[in-house]
Design a protein around this ligand. Structure first.
Ligand SMILES: *C/C=C(C)/C=C/C=C(C)/C=C/C1=C(C)CCCC1(C)C
Length: 262
């Protein structure tokens, strides 16, 4: 991708969004690690995955932030132009390649499905996630319209499969629960659709004729907002689902945080 000239405000907007994303991931990591102690053993794997997701994303945002900073330089006129150092967008895709399968697994884990159903669902969704990200990448790094559209369309096939499967499973899982848990599961479904749906839309922006500086800024800001919601917000939902299931099962939810191990 060629880096267009940016106004002072455009460069700063991306710079500050990337910085905000780092803060959100680090804070969520600390929260998820501590919150795990409040859950009974069967829900801890889901929280460990939430922590891994924001940990991995926090690291990558730090790399993306530094790469963005190095790729641009301030001119005397107060605008930003390419410094000659490449902006490494691959960090984002490497991040997704690791975190998207974990996000899927996290949700399947908290559903507490029968073991066989869980394993087969997780397996298929993890393969589909890897395919979705892998097929999107060649289109992301090109300036060519057709190439972007073709890879984008291919990547959308596993995307639809994942969203459909989770949508159906969440409905099925919601059915057997108490009211509070059911509402939480339904809301998680909406959060999933709204946040995940954002990625292909941001990706298509250049296809809709949003070009040059606006496209670069919209893409970076769009992906950052989507990542914060889809990783931090979603992790919080998973935590609340687990708590709600514990309450419904009559398990103690007020157990004090244990500092020392037995
Ligand atoms: C934390 C990161 C998440 C939840 C990333 C999700 C990414 C997607 C749902 C990406 C989907 C794409 C398409 C459906 C088509 C165009 C290419 C992608 C990879 C942007």
């Amino acid at each position: 991708m060629t880096l267009p000239e940016l106004s002072f405000g455009q460069f700063q907007l991306v710079y500050n969004m990337l910085s905000l994303a780092i803060a959100a991931m680090v804070a969520s990591f600390a929260y998820f690690v501590m919150a795990r102690q409040q859950l009974s053993a069967r829900f801890r794997p889901a929280m460990i995955m939430s922590s891994l997701v924001v940990g991995i994303a926090g690291y990558h945002y730090w790399r993306i932030f530094n790469s963005w900073d190095a790729a641009y330089m301030l001119t005397e006129a107060g605008t930003y132009v390419a410094s000659g150092e490449p902006f490494n967008d691959a960090y984002r895709y490497v991040d997704w390649l690791l975190t998207v399968p974990l996000l899927v697994a996290e949700l399947v884990a908290v559903l507490a499905l029968p073991r066989e159903r869980r394993n087969s669902l997780m397996g298929r969704l993890i393969v589909a996630s890897a395919l979705m990200i892998g097929l999107g990448y060649p289109g992301e790094i090109t300036d060519d319209f057709t190439t972007r559209a073709v890879w984008g369309a291919l990547s959308t096939v596993p995307f639809v499969y994942i969203v459909y499967m989770l949508w159906v499973e969440l409905e099925r899982a919601a059915a057997g629960n108490d009211d509070t848990t059911r509402v939480l599961l339904r809301n998680t479904r909406l959060l999933l659709l709204a946040t995940w749906g954002f990625y292909p839309i941001a990706y298509m922006m250049p296809l809709f004729g949003v070009g040059g500086a606006s496209a670069v800024v919209a893409l970076q800001v769009g992906y950052s907002v989507a990542d914060i919601t889809a990783k931090c917000g979603y992790g919080l939902m998973i935590y609340h689902i687990a708590r709600s299931k514990m309450v419904a099962a009559g398990e103690s939810v007020e157990a004090p945080v244990q500092v020392a191990s037995k």
